[in-house]
Design a protein around this ligand. Structure first.
Ligand code: 0O2
Length: 212
């Protein structure tokens, strides 16, 4: 049934995926503009890098099924928040919140949902700020609101999450308690690293203001 649906809807699905790509481009441009502006103010680039990903069709189908929704174009758009994902790797924790504030302040951006795993890390130590953003894309004959998941994190948070993802995420069965504890300890060290780097940044900032 699923295969038949995918074949029957292939054109519509391809069009929807291209709309999600457009929405990611809009977000990326907004972030690049903010990075440009903030780098003048802050004397450093708040954004280190941006990554984009579009969820694959098998993942979309699997997630919709897990959430108990029948497969349809409407349900993909309504119930899946992370078909389009933009990951923003920032230099310092403060940059994460500065980027969040500046992004959601824009009048064509709607904040639909927010999960702050920096203030409230996941039990395994995962830290990141997750936003679900509503953003319009301007097509030839219509304006269409799209949803994009924006994950903001520091370089240290990304380092931990990327390696943890490879080691464990979705492969829980191979994981022992000792390995989980060790990863948790690495998460603590990465959070400490963020604090220490931030303290250095603040000292440099202070020094700069002391200079005549
Ligand atoms: P991938 O491969 O990165 O796309 P949801 O199921 O999305 O409706 P959920 O699961 O509560 O709701 O979403 P959550 O926890 O806000 O965020 C899901 C995404 O965050 C994941 O996407 C990961 O990218 C990231 N993430 C969440 N928890 C962890 C974690 O413990 N470790 C790592 N490395 N990443 C995490 P996907 O689609 O699961 O994976």
């Amino acid at each position: 049934d699923t295969l038949i649906w995918v074949q029957r809807k292939s054109k519509e699905v391809a069009r929807l995926m291209s709309y999600y790509r457009c929405a990611m481009m809009e977000i990326e441009t907004k972030l690049n503009v903010l990075n440009e502006e903030f780098s003048w103010e802050l004397d450093h680039n708040p954004i280190s890098s941006i990554k984009k990903r579009l969820k694959s069709m098998p993942s979309i189908i699997g997630k919709l099924e897990r959430k108990g929704h029948p497969l349809s174009m409407e349900n993909i758009e309504e119930h899946l928040m992370d078909v389009a994902g933009v990951r923003v790797i920032c230099s310092f924790p403060e940059d994460v919140y500065a980027m969040r504030d500046a992004l959601i302040r824009q009048d064509d951006v709607v904040l639909l949902e927010e999960k702050d795993y920096i203030k409230n890390p996941k039990p395994n130590g995962y830290r990141s700020l997750h936003l679900i953003i509503g953003i319009p894309i301007f097509l030839a004959k219509e304006k269409k609101m799209m949803k994009v998941e924006v994950q903001l994190r520091t370089i240290a948070m990304d380092f931990w999450a990327s390696l943890e993802h490879q080691l464990r995420y979705k492969k829980n069965s191979y994981f022992t308690k000792e390995m989980a504890d060790e990863l948790m300890e690495c998460a603590r060290i990465s959070a400490d690293l963020d604090l220490r780097m931030d303290a250095i940044r603040k000292s440099v900032e202070k020094q700069k203001h002391l200079e005549p």
